[in-house]
Design a protein around this ligand. Sequence first.
Ligand code: FES
Length: 151
Amino acid sequence: MSGSSRRRFFLQIWQGLFGGAVAAAGASLLATCARPSASPSPRPGVAVDVSDLPGGSTKVAPAPGPDGAPILIVHQSAGGYHALSLQCTHEGCPVNATPLQGILTCPCHGSRFDLEGRVVQGPAEFPLGRYDSAYDAKHRRLLVRFLPQTI
Ligand code: FES
């Protein structure tokens, strides 16, 4: 990996992790000025109804992740779920949310990812971001937590 690619990669991680926090801090400061008793908290995650999601299929979560990109919920054929950020790790374009034969494609420069988020074809060098998630069987929903996770 070249030095500029490494810098770009770490910059994307930094922006993903702290960009939302900085925005939330700014919003919190503004809210505090407007209403001293208000105490907004950052969004910790999103709950996604997966009762209508058969194995081997995907759906987009109703709210984006902290990086601003849509979240793709994957119900694996063998069971289990995971949640991917659809922000391309090459230069940040939104990856197409509709997989074709199990492959997600970025329209900007053609990077391709499998449904685990792994790079199948560059120029992206790194997998899609993956969020920690847990299945809530009682309510048949996936709780996606905004903590980055590596695969
Ligand atoms: S931004 Fe996705 S391939 Fe370049």
